[in-house]
Design a protein around this ligand. Structure first.
Ligand SMILES: CC(C)(COP(=O)(O)OP(=O)(O)OC[C@H]1O[C@@H](n2cnc3c(N)ncnc32)[C@H](O)[C@@H]1OP(=O)(O)O)[C@@H](O)C(=O)NCCC(=O)NCCS
Length: 161
């Protein structure tokens, strides 16, 4: 594992060019500039974080719906994967969610995406259902994952942070 001189901070409009580059390298159906701009500038229910040093290395986001956090996306630049940046980002999002009263979080993940599933399981998420043919590019199923007690996860994880 390589140590990177980067911090976790709120995503700003000036980060979006680099976020879009990572998005395009990471997803078959990437979000548009308009989508990220709306999330950062307009959507009061959205929270986005970036891992950033001299450049953006990764990002994560969620929508706040009552006491639930719905994770919308998480990606790390391919050149920097495997260095705990994804885990640090997701932990930071969970901490941020907990700090505003969110108690549980959910997400969808491709059935084939074992790497992301491993990370989610590590941070307390469990599979609770399937959305059949959720992804329009190849009709792949999505696993629905929930962490029903993010505060317990933060307690479990405290010794690692
Ligand atoms: C998923 C993703 C964000 C993980 O980020 P990362 O910084 O590379 O992952 P980390 O180094 O923080 O690893 C954290 C955990 O993820 C899992 N993981 C990471 N890389 C893995 C791999 N190559 N194989 C299996 N599990 C892996 C492990 O559980 C790992 O914990 P461990 O090191 O204790 O075993 C990154 O692979 C990515 O951007 N993928 C493309 C976009 C994507 O699939 N996003 C999720 C959409 S739902």
């Amino acid at each position: 594992m390589v140590e990177f001189d980067c911090g976790i901070v709120a995503m700003k409009i000036e980060d979006i060019d680099e976020v879009l580059a990572i998005e395009a390298l990471s997803f078959a159906i990437p979000w548009s500039r308009e989508a990220f701009t709306m999330e950062v500038c307009t959507n009061r229910c959205a929270r986005y974080l970036v891992a950033k040093g001299t450049r953006v290395l990764g990002y994560v986001g969620m929508w706040i719906i009552m006491d639930e956090g719905h994770i919308t996306n998480l990606a790390v630049h391919p050149d920097y994967r495997g260095n705990k940046i994804g885990e640090v980002l997701l932990k930071a999002l969970i901490k941020s969610a907990s700090s505003i009263g969110i108690t549980q979080m959910t997400l969808e993940v491709r059935e084939s995406n074992k790497t992301a599933q491993n990370l989610y399981i590590k941070l307390g998420f469990e599979v609770s259902g399937i959305r059949k043919k959720y992804y329009s590019n190849n009709q792949e199923d999505a696993l629905i994952m929930w962490n029903r007690n993010i505060n317990a996860t933060l307690g479990i994880q405290k010794s690692f942070s």
